[in-house]
Design a protein around this ligand. Sequence first.
Ligand code: 5AD
Ligand code: FES
Length: 355
Amino acid sequence: MEDNIDLILQKSIETHNLYENEILYLLKSKDTKKICSFADIVRKKYLGDEVHLRALIEFSNYCKQNCLYCGLQRDNLKQERYRIKEQDIISLAKQAKDYGYKTVVLQSGEDIYYTVKKMAYIISEIKKLDIAITLSVGEKTFNEYKAYKQAGADRYLLRIETTDETLYNKLNPQMSFKNRIQCLENIKKLGFEVGSGILIGLPGQTLKSIAKDIVYLQSIQVDMAGIGPFIYNPDTSILSFGKINQYDNFDLSIKVMAILRLIMPDINIPATTAMETLNSNGRIIALQSGANVVMPNATEIIYRKKYQIYPGKICLNDSPIHCRACIENKIKSIGRFISQNKGFHKQSSSNVVLN
Ligand code: 5AD
Ligand code: FES
């Protein structure tokens, strides 16, 4: 058993390619530490000790969708809703720039208040600050994505969540797996840097399906892959779907992230907030297991408390400047340093000319 793991890990650092059954073998292994230490070596070889920070601005928690696992689901009446006005989003981005961030991530539920015109205005104003813009606002049409790109957005995050089509369609009522795939193809076609990712430990999810998720992320050549442990939210309708999995979602997420680093040696991989929710040292463990990005919260306290996708989210009582200083200290404490550039995966893909 152990010999097999060593062989697979050795192969992965030489070829950065693994078959689905080899990935499954690693997922079943109890030796997460060993997998992570190989991922850390690959990260250091390809990306060095630089860590990219992305300022996360959670600008609206309204959502027209009803994903069973997510606290922003429209049926969650316990969730008090808010929207940040266009001008205030731009001000938050300016503040983030002043704090030294080179990228802002604009994230929200699928909120129809922000029309294409409004989004294009926000994007073009923030673009004047000479910082990179990542959008994470869900499923849109090709033409909407195109308008965002033309306004100056550089990257787009849309997690596939799971590549098990049946599971996806059950967990995301009124949405379709095929459309999700189409959205990711459109984002790629338009020249965005593509970020995607998966939830780990969803009810009904198997290790085999996670192995397929990993293969999928490699096959679409994501520029960024975010791996989040599923955290049960009692205010959602997830229990109507079925029993919660018995995995250790933190350990499994770290392992999945490490495997992604082994097979995609130079992509951007964040140490996710949900990891830190399950383990108070989660982001540092992630940074030492293949991750090279952190997305600190840059939203004001009054709003971040209401952006409760899952319970127990970290930093709810911390200001944007506090988080910025906190994460810098943590990163320096493990001998890493904060990047001074925008941290694109490939310089070229953000320069695609649209006609
Ligand atoms: N636990 C952890 N992550 C969640 N997300 C949604 N619901 C949960 C949950 N209960 C993640 C999804 C989404 C991202 C913004 O938050 O993966 O893409
Ligand atoms: Fe928010 Fe540490 S990152 S308090």
